[in-house]
Design a protein around this ligand. Structure first.
Ligand code: ATP
Length: 233
């Protein structure tokens, strides 16, 4: 479904991704794990076209999207829940959700809201609450819900559990499973390697911009090098 081939991405002279090749197949949950600064966020953002890959190719459902504008890439059925949630603090929950589907017509917006509210009843209860007053976990649900407004085929999730309490983290991973059961393919960037590899069909390990390991989630969980570096021994 999503294929990255030999991707190199730079910020000025700094190389953030070095010859990265990754594939996400339809219906999978694929995770990308790695330390701070490894290039995980850069990789998700490169899929979205900002920053742009300096070399290599990205395709989605067989179409070359490497040089397409971000809004065009999104209309193919890709959505992102960004790192740090980035909800609009002064807008209400429902206003935030509508921002996620700003190009939808009235009926599509209503359908999107119904879809998101089914998955996150809490968002419906709090529809008119300002986002800034929501808890961290609720804001994360809002960020994911906003990304789901367009009913994407592929959901990119950047650190959805960062800074959340253990109980909420478990809830978020349950939601990720449910989203996949509903037919959405998930590409998940996580620092919480243990949980991410448990939920993922396959995973990639990124170190200083390079993929150093690729395997099933189960194999990576029992891999000695992964255990030492990312799972606390
Ligand atoms: P974290 O888990 O801390 O979010 P990450 O794995 O997502 O880290 P990136 O944020 O992709 O890593 O950063 C990869 C490298 O690119 C780092 O060296 C970072 O300093 C650099 N970088 C990221 N964004 C920019 C930017 N806008 N300008 C310059 N350098 C950047």
């Amino acid at each position: 479904m999503l294929k990255l081939e030999n991707i190199c991405t730079y910020y000025g002279a700094i190389q953030a991704l070095d010859d990265v090749s990754i594939e996400v197949k339809q219906g999978e949950i694929v995770t990308l794990i790695g330390a701070n600064g490894a290039g995980k966020t850069t990789l998700l953002m490169t899929v979205c076209g900002a920053p742009r890959a300096k070399s290599g190719h990205i395709s989605f459902e067989g179409e070359d999207i490497t040089h397409q504008e971000t809004h065009v890439i999104m209309r193919h059925g890709i959505a992102i829940s960004p790192e740090g949630r980035r909800v609009f603090p002064d807008l209400t929950v429902v206003e935030n959700l509508k921002m996620g589907g700003f190009f939808l017509n009235k009926q599509q917006t209503a359908e999107g809201l119904e879809h998101v509210y089914t998955l996150f009843p809490r968002l419906e209860e709090r529809a008119n609450q300002r986002a800034v007053t929501m808890s961290g976990g609720e804001q994360q649900m809002l960020a994911i819900g906003r990304a789901l407004m367009t009913k994407p085929k592929l959901l990119l999730l950047d650190e959805p559990t960062l800074g959340l309490a253990p109980l909420i983290i478990t809830q978020i991973f349950d939601i990720i499973r449910t989203i996949r059961e509903q037919g959405v393919t998930v590409f998940l960037v996580e620092q919480n390697a243990n949980k991410a590899l448990q939920v993922a069909d396959r995973g990639y390990v990124l170190e200083t911009g390079k993929v150093v390991l690729a395997d099933t989630g189960a194999n990576l969980l029992s891999n000695d090098a992964v255990r030492k570096a990312y799972l606390g021994g």
